[in-house]
Design a protein around this ligand. Structure first.
Ligand code: GDD
Ligand code: MN
Length: 366
C-alpha cells in the first residue's frame, strides 16, 4: 500500500518544513499529529525536518520514522546552527509549491494546518497563522513577554511596509508559495524569517488565520538575548527609514559637537553653520554608502549638491530656530540648534527619499 502511494505521489502537494533543535521529547507526537491532519487532506505530502545535529538525538528519531514512511524526510545539518537558515534550507529542499513552516514543540497546533491550506486554496501566496488576528491568542505568557512581542510587531510594521499586510509579522507558523519567494534573496538572521519573506515579496497576496500559541509541553525555548539583538539588526537592515534615522542621529551629535567646540572662537553664526555643514557631509557619505546604497541617480557631485538643496529646509529651520531661541529667549545656542535639528528632520527625510535618492533603479540586477 505504501509503495503504491509513493508511486502515485512523485511530487508532493504540500511540504511541511519543521526546524528542530533538541526536540526529542515531542518530535514523535508532533509527527503523528501532523500526519493525522494532512492525511485528511491528501496522501501526497512530505514533512521535512531540518535538525542541527541535536545532542538529544532528535534526528535519530526522525531517521527511524522516515524508514517506515518515506514522506518523512530528515535534513541533518552538521556544524551549522540557526533557526532562520534551517527554515531556508527546508524551503529549498521542499518539492511542493505550497510550503508550511512550523515549530516541532506543538506550540503551533497542527489542527490549524487545514485552515491554512484552505486559505492557500483561495489563492493567497502567504498565509500567516496569527496570534493577533481576531480569535487568536497566546497561552500562559508573562505580561513582559506579551509586551515585547506586541512592541516588536508594531515596530516592524512601522519600519517594514510589507509587514503591514498581516497582524502577526513575527509569526513562525505560516505558509508560502515557493514560486513567489526568491529564496536566494533571503538574508537569514535570527528568528524572524517571515518578516524577511514579506519584505522581499512585495507583490504577494497575504491572509491571516487565527491560532492560539500553546504553552510549551516539554523542552526549552531557544529564544534569548542574542535573538533580540539579532532581531533589531535585522530590522535595521530591512528598513531604510531606520538607517536614515541612525545616520541622522549621529550626524546631529556631530553637528552639535562641532558647534560646541567652535562657539567660543567663531561666534554663534559661524559655529552654527560649520556644525550644520559637518553634519551634512557626514550624512551624505553615510546615506550614499549605506542608507540608499542600492539606489543611484546621476553623478556623485549632482547628489552632493542635490542633498544640500534638499536639506535647505532642514538647514534653514535649524539655523532659524537656533537664532530665534537665542535672540528672543536667550536659550543656549547649542541647545537651540538641537531643537532646530529635530524640527528639520522630518522635512529632510521626505525630501531625501523623494528627490535625491529617488532613483527606482537598483545598482545590481534584480
Ligand atoms: N534547526 C534548528 N536550529 N531549529 C531550531 C533552532 C536552531 O538553531 N533553534 C530553535 N529551533 C527550533 C525549535 O526546536 C522549535 O521547533 C522551533 O525552532 C522554535 O524554537 P523555540 O525555541 O520553541 O521558539 P519559541 O517557542 O520561543 O517561539 C518563538 O519563535 C517562533 C519561531 O518559529 C515565537 O516568537 C513564535 O511566535 C515563533 O513562532
Ligand atoms: Mn517554542
Amino acid at each position: 500500500m505504501r509503495t503504491r502511494q509513493m508511486e502515485e505521489c512523485s511530487k508532493p502537494e504540500i511540504s511541511i518544513v519543521v526546524p528542530t533543535y533538541n526536540e526529542a521529547q515531542v518530535i514523535g507526537t508532533f509527527l503523528d499529529k501532523v500526519r493525522e491532519e494532512l492525511e485528511e487532506y491528501t496522501k501526497c505530502y512530505e514533512v521535512i525536518v531540518v535538525d542541527d545535529d541535536s545532542p538529544d538525538g532528535t534526528w535519530r528519531i526522525v531517521e527511524e520514522e522516515s524508514k517506515g514512511d518515506p514522506r518523512i524526510r530528515l535534513v541533518r545539518r552538521l556544524g551549522e546552527r540557526g533557526l532562520a537558515t534551517a527554515v531556508i534550507k527546508g524551503i529549498q529542499e521542499a518539492r511542493s509549491d505550497l510550503v508550511i513552516v512550523m515549530d516541532a514543540d506543538l506550540q503551533h497546533p497542527p489542527e490549524v494546518v487545514p485552515k491554512i491550506l484552505g486559505k492557500a486554496k483561495e489563492g493567497y501566496d502567504i498565509v500567516v497563522a496569527s496570534r493577533y488576528a481576531r480569535g487568536g491568542g497566546v497561552e500562559g505568557w508573562s505580561k513582559a513577554r506579551l509586551a515585547i512581542s506586541r512592541i516588536s510587531s508594531i515596530v516592524s510594521k512601522i519600519l517594514v511596509r510589507e509587514a503591514r499586510k498581516t497582524s502577526d509579522p513575527m509569526s513562525g507558523f505560516f505558509l508560502v508559495r515557493k514560486s513567489i519567494v526568491r529564496v536566494e534573496h533571503l538574508r537569514p538572521r535570527g528568528y524572524k524569517i517571515l518578516l524577511e519573506i514579506l519584505a522581499k515579496s512585495p507583490g504577494a497576496r497575504v491572509a491571516d488565520v487565527p491560532y492560539t500559541f500553546r504553552k510549551r509541553a516539554a523542552g526549552d525555548s531557544k529564544l534569548g538575548l542574542r535573538v533580540m539583538v539579532d532581531f533589531i539588526l535585522h530590522l535595521i537592515s530591512l528598513s531604510r527609514l531606520a538607517r536614515f534615522a541612525i545616520v541622522g542621529g549621529i550626524g546631529s551629535i556631530l553637528n552639535l559637537g562641532v558647534m560646541y567646540i567652535l562657539l567660543p572662537v567663531a561666534g554663534v553664526d559661524a559655529s552654527s553653520i560649520a556644525g550644520i555643514e559637518a553634519g551634512i557631509l557626514w550624512n551624505f557619505i553615510l546615506h550614499e554608502e549605506w542608507t540608499f546604497k542600492s539606489r543611484f541617480a546621476g553623478s556623485v557631485i549632482r547628489r552632493l549638491i542635490g542633498y544640500h538643496l534638499s536639506s535647505l529646509a532642514g538647514i534653514t529651520s535649524t539655523y532659524l530656530v537656533m537664532r530665534l531661541l537665542y535672540t528672543l529667549a536667550g536659550v543656549n545656542p547649542v541647545l537651540g540648534q538641537a531643537i532646530g535639528i529635530i524640527v528639520g528632520f522630518i522635512a529632510n527625510y521626505t525630501l531625501s527619499s523623494g528627490v535625491v535618492w529617488r532613483g527606482a533603479k537598483a545598482k545590481t540586477a534584480p
